[in-house]
Structures are given as structure tokens and as C-alpha cells.
Design a protein. Structure first.
Length: 67
């Protein structure tokens, strides 16, 4: 898993898999989820800090779910 945050654009990008994205789904205007053939591949959150998604308070919990 890789977590990147772009402070200048306030974009959070969480990558679970490097597999090719086969489907993108938007959940509201600022949360976009990419799926690969095996399931969840990535999550992108626009205006992450402004909407309370950054900083991530439960990174340890999130990594336990993914691992």
C-alpha cells in the first residue's frame, strides 16, 4: 500500500494494487475509486484536508484491513 498526499493541490491518493484499473467509480464529486480485476486498486480524494480526509487518523487500522 502506498499513500501520497499533494499539499499544493490537496489531493490524497491511496494505492492498494499496481494492477491495471478496469473500472472507476465516483462517490460524490471528490472521492474516486479505481478497481482492478481483483478488487480495490486505488482511492483518490480531492480536497482531502478541506473535507477532513487528511491527515488519516487510523492508518494502522487501514493497513491491517488491506494486509
Amino acid at each position: 500500500m502506498k499513500i501520497q498526499y499533494d499539499q499544493s493541490d490537496d489531493i490524497l491518493h491511496i494505492v492498494f494494487s499496481e494492477a491495471p484499473i478496469v473500472k472507476d467509480v465516483s462517490h460524490g464529486w471528490n472521492v474516486h475509486i479505481g478497481y482492478c480485476a481483483n478488487g480495490l486498486a486505488e482511492i483518490t480524494v480531492l480536497d482531502a484536508k478541506a473535507t477532513g480526509h487528511w491527515p488519516i487518523e487510523n492508518v494502522k487500522d487501514l493497513m491491517a484491513i488491506v494486509a
